[in-house]
Design a protein around this ligand. Structure first.
Ligand code: NAD
Length: 385
């Protein structure tokens, strides 16, 4: 059975779906692998490394699609490749299912498309397939470095004979996987950190990393809702949004660096920082909007652009930070995919696997496969949000 690797369709995506190490693992399991020439180049994996790992090289995405039973990708497939899919083929990637305009085509072609973002994350056997976590962890780290680079002062306190340098004040809004890593990284660099999240359970995590919790009051009813959502974000009331805006406004007027990470899976990111607040921020302060690609937490942020406001605030629209750490993010993403692909194979076949005996074990009743499959047997199966 052959697995294909398609090259990213955009200059702003440097990651690759499978690395040479992943190819070796898949070859050991009995798969053949074909990779589009140059697909790993921007992650520093040349075609020769894939060949040495046992992969074949194909000239185009169409060649990969026509040869492969399973097609792996970082983001959605290019339309030229989707167009060549045939019934029974499998596509695996971060397909951005709620904004994906190709799902009808995947279904019409009879392909089974797995969107890795839909993984049930609390399931312990799924944790080594969690692409959102593997990528967000790296993104949270890099966001702090991007901020440090934009900021014209250092992060740590310095005592020098020329005077004392104060530590940078960093505010993190949204403390999931990326936010926690951002707190840890900013603390390691010597910053003073404050952080906030809709989920009250994040408080303990913030404090255990040495950050100060910015508390937004919530009603008894909201506190109950927050508890019952199993650790995920809930929809805040107008009063909560108003109180949160006032707290953010106060914290940001003193901040040097702000990193926003708040996302709501399948929906537009919540707006947390408004123009009126930005207008009160200090000249030279830096805002990194990690949700710029999904609507933006920061009013006025532009995906993949850095803008300077009239009062001298730098706003970085960080739409795809994992791509800026492409070598490492590809390694982890590829591991996630290999772990998932392993579950698609019939258990008996993996014991004594050769390229000819591997058999697919597609099972929409399986809680991982069933959650990830957005098209199967000519149907779009995406649950409404
Ligand atoms: P995310 O990227 O979807 O969002 C980032 C953070 O923004 C979240 O903490 C969310 O609560 C917060 N947020 C959303 N809207 C907000 C708003 N209006 N105001 C303030 N904050 C807001 O989150 P994520 O990093 O993918 O993690 C989501 C949750 O999943 C977390 O509870 C995380 O601990 C949990 N998780 C669990 C597992 C597991 O059980 N194995 C693995 C990964 C993540």
């Amino acid at each position: 059975m052959k697995i294909g690797v398609i090259s990213a369709d955009s200059a702003s995506e440097c990651r690759v779906a499978l690395t040479p190490d992943a190819v070796k693992k898949l070859r050991k399991l009995g798969f053949e692998v074909v990779i589009q020439s140059g697909a790993g180049q921007a992650s520093y994996y040349a075609d020769e490394l894939y060949q040495a790992a046992g992969a074949d090289i194909a000239n185009s995405s169409i060649d990969v699609v026509t040869q492969s039973q399973i097609i792996t990708t970082v983001n959605d497939l290019p339309a030229t490749a989707t167009d060549r899919l045939t019934s029974g083929q499998i596509v695996i990637g971060m397909l951005d299912p709620y904004r994906n305009s190709q799902l009808d085509t995947y279904a019409a072609k009879g392909a089974t498309a797995f969107a890795m973002e839909l993984l049930p994350r609390t399931l312990s056997r799924a944790q080594n397939m969690d692409v959102l976590s593997s990528q967000a962890n790296l993104a949270g780290y890099k966001a702090v470095l991007l901020a440090a680079n934009e900021y014209s002062r250092p992060f740590p306190m310095f005592m020098t004979s020329a005077g004392t340098v104060k530590p940078a004040k960093v505010v993190i809004l949204g403390v999931g996987v990326a936010g926690l890593q951002a707190i840890a990284t900013a603390k390691r660099l010597g910053a003073v950190v404050e952080a906030s999240d809709l989920r009250p359970t994040a408080r303990e995590q913030v404090e255990s990393l040495g950050g100060k919790w910015l508390d937004v009051p919530m009603s008894a009813e909201e506190a109950e809702t927050a508890k019952s959502t199993g650790g995920y974000a809930w929809t805040p009331s107008e009063q909560y949004i108003k109180d949160q805006a006032a707290i953010v406004d106060k914290a940001l007027s003193n901040a040097d660096i702000v990193i926003t990470t708040a996302q709501i899976p399948g929906r537009q990111a919540p707006r947390l920082v408004h123009q009126a607040t930005i207008a009160k921020m200090k000249a030279g302060s830096v805002l990194i909007d990690m949700a710029a690609g999904t609507g933006g937490n920061v009013e006025g942020s532009v995906p993949d652009e850095t803008i300077t406001t009239p009062n001298g605030v730098r706003i970085v629209g960080a739409a795809n930070i994992p791509s800026q750490l492409a070598a490492q993010s590809s390694d982890l993403y590829a591991n996630n995919l290999v772990n998932f692909i392993t579950t698609l194979i019939a258990p008996a076949a993996t014991d004594d696997a050769t390229a000819n005996t591997l058999a697919l074990n597609l099972d929409m009743e399986d809680e991982i496969q069933g959650a990830l499959a957005v098209t199967h047997e000519h149907q779009v199966r995406l649950a409404k949000r």
